[in-house]
Design a protein around this ligand. Sequence first.
Ligand code: MN3
Length: 236
Amino acid sequence: MPFPLFTRFLLAGLTALCLLLGSALPAWAEFSLPPLPYAVDALEPAIDATTMTIHHDRHHGAYVANLNGQIQANPSLADLNLNDLQAKISQFPVAVRNNGGGHWNHSLFWTLLAPAGQGGSPSQDLIAAIDRDFGSMQAMRTQFEQAATTRFGSGWAWLIRKPDGSLAITSTANQDNPLMDIPGIERGVPLLALDVWEHAYYLKYQNRRPDYIQAWWPLVNWQEVNHRYAIATSGR
Ligand code: MN3
């Protein structure tokens, strides 16, 4: 978990105190479910409040609880933040991969959504990179929709920035993501993500995944995508 330095000192002190007192580590040393950054009905009508509530509280909540349930058997989890865990996921059992991936993916996904009209638009830098690597914004969208539509079963579609600086569209199965050190995954920094598990859309769209994908575009939080692209680029 990403704690600032001061908080880390505080945690270390409290942990030492707990050890002195012979008590277990406190619950806040575990992974936790981040609150949605908007109301559950803020994305209506494209994504309905019931779907958002079940998706966040129960599905994402279960990934967090199940990941915490793995700490005792995998004590090194307690020393890794969620981000760093992804790049070392091959060292852990599949339950950590599924639930650690699920926690990371959903924590990102919520931030990449915004009420229609409030997500801004792609930055000039991002548009230039998309034009360079896909030809046009429309071509990127078409390729993204193709990846999201054709992902068989459950998984995710991604726009990533690869280590060489170029952008690419990829998709992953289950709760895998492009940060994971798993053979077969095209790796890069995720800039944009779409959950295409049925739990993300079935109540409203049933089997019509393409309709869900079309309804999702106006909800993209481009300000966050721009921010992620700027950070990924400055890290070179
Ligand atoms: Mn989901």
